[in-house]
Design a binder for this molecule. Structure first.
Ligand SMILES: Cc1cc2nc3c(=O)[nH]c(=O)nc-3n(C[C@H](O)[C@H](O)[C@H](O)COP(=O)(O)O)c2cc1C
Ligand SMILES: [Mn+2]
Length: 463
């Protein structure tokens, strides 16, 4: 692992991968300006870590794009980017519990009660439709009131005042399930928000899978050593000892306030709705804390943070059930491609049903044979065109519980139709229509240079 917390990781990146790490001393406003820089770089297909040393109206420097490139995340975990999915699967099969220690740097500075002031943190606004400044780069941790098992997730936090945050918990996801249990007991749900985390912790927090799995164990698995934690100051929870900053608080039961609007990963703005909110009880941080931010909306970091953990988790789940599954890819929100080495009739439909069970976010799923390269979306579309028939190979399950952020959902209902497409060759790839090819002997014999000369700029021009 590169470094053992965010700041040591950044130091190592500066030394070893300077082209992927830009430090900016010029003053920048948190009002849309960092998003403008991220957006302009994305237009050039660049996603370096950006470390803004001088952010208007706050003492805290801001880092964004910590997980915005596979190369950076792979470097953080000390693997090549091609080994990243396997590294994640290995972690899932080697979970490591956190280790409670006495003291941690995250509590070098402690603000409790009246000293709490969220308005002193960077007030990040990403897009013109955002209704307020938001904190979007924090890992929210809470525990099940029955079992004590922790859950980790990223949840957008709307700054509502010096000690109050709005929160968006997707109905059906684990944090909302814990909150429902707290409400059934008429109790507040305590939580902590860890900000400024090593990429291994970020990736672990986003594990997709069973409610019972404590994502901190996945973080341990990714690091190959336990996540160190200390006791929080004001709530009965543990906090990561080496995070840059922690916010502690609780969500009262049954109370609601307006939250939103907010530009989301779908590329659309989610509207204002009455939702639960957090009363903040403490903010603790390291000396010279770095504020980690993730650009809200459809930016590279958010997409990658979701897909890097999602693909190996779904692949692991599918292969444990159906070994014929070869690989998976999430090319866009709510969309999954799966490739299989088909061994039985109807197997692709079995894979589709299993994929819908693997994660609530899977809305459209396409299964192809393993001769199709899933990183080539054009090849998948071609397989649908040439190997599928709508009547035989497409099925729809209507009205399934789904992410309410899908702007095409029926008005006011967090449901969606699940669409499965079996785009495998029938009855099997081996006896499907012949694929024309130039005979191997001719391919070998013909030397391109003998006919068209050296591959200069003119001859390689794309049509
Ligand atoms: C940057 C980022 C922001 C996110 N914001 C939210 C959010 O506001 N609300 C939410 O429910 N999920 C959000 N998610 C998705 C969840 O964090 C993610 O699905 C997580 O794995 C859910 O945890 P669970 O499986 O334990 O329920 C976000 C993800 C990322 C990467
Ligand atoms: Mn969970």
């Amino acid at each position: 692992m590169l470094g053992n917390d965010l700041r040591s990781f950044l130091q190592e990146m500066k030394k070893k991968h300077p082209s992927n790490y830009l430090e900016i001393d010029k003053e920048i406003s948190p009002l849309y300006e960092t998003t403008a820089i991220v957006t302009k770089l994305e237009m050039q297909k660049r996603t370096p870590i950006l470390h803004f040393n001088n952010v208007k109206d706050t003492e805290f420097p801001v880092v964004v794009n910590i997980c915005a490139s596979r190369t950076t995340v792979a470097a953080a975990l000390d693997v090549d980017k091609r080994e990243l999915p396997q590294k994640y699967r290995d972690a899932l099969n080697n979970l490591i519990k956190p280790k409670l220690i006495e003291k941690g740097p995250v509590q070098e500075v402690v603000h409790v009660g009246d000293q709490v002031d969220i308005l002193k943190l960077p007030q990040m606004r990403y897009h013109d439709t955002d209704g307020a400044a938001y904190i979007s780069g924090g890992i929210v941790m809470a525990k099940d009131p029955d079992t004590g098992a922790y859950n980790c997730s990223y949840d957008r936090l709307m700054i509502k005042g010096s000690n109050k945050l709005g929160i968006y918990m997707t109905p059906g996801k684990h944090l909302s399930q814990i909150y429902e249990k707290a409400e059934q007991r008429n109790e507040p749900m305590e939580l902590i928000i860890a900000l400024g985390n090593h990429p291994a912790w970020c990736m672990g927090a986003l594990f997709i899978g069973s409610y019972a799995t404590d994502e901190r164990h996945v973080m341990g698995g990714l690091m190959g050593s336990p996540l160190e934690v200390v006791q929080a100051q004001t709530v009965d929870l543990q906090v990561p000892a080496r995070s840059e900053m922690v916010i502690e608080g609780e969500i009262p039961p049954f109370e609601r306030e307006e939250e939103g609007p907010y530009g989301e990963f779908t590329g659309y703005s989610a509207g204002q709705v009455r939702r639960p909110f957090i009363n903040v009880k403490a903010i603790t941080h390291r000396e010279g804390a770095i504020f980690q931010d993730i650009c809200g909306g459809p930016h590279r970091e958010l997409l990658l943070m979701s897909t890097i953990p999602m693909e190996p988790s779904i692949l692991d789940f599918l292969q444990k059930n159906i070994p014929a599954v070869q690989s998976v890819r999430c090319p866009a929100p709510f969309t999954l491609f799966v490739s299989i080495k088909k061994t039985r009739e109807g197997q692709a439909k079995q894979v589709l049903l299993t994929a819908f069970a693997a994660d609530m976010q899977v809305k459209h799923c396409v299964v192809v044979d393993d001769d199709i390269d899933l990183t080539n979306s054009q090849a998948v579309i071609q397989a649908i065109a040439t190997r599928a028939q709508g009547d035989r190979d497409l099925f729809i399950v209507k009205g399934v519980s789904h992410d309410e952020l899908d702007p095409s959902r029926p008005e006011g209902k967090p449901i969606s139709d699940k669409v499965g497409i079996d785009a495998t060759a029938k009855p099997s790839l081996a006896i499907f229509a012949d694929k024309p090819k130039v005979p191997a002997e001719v391919m070998e014999r013909i030397n391109l240079e003998d006919y068209i000369g050296k591959d200069d700029e003119k001859s390689s021009q794309k049509s």
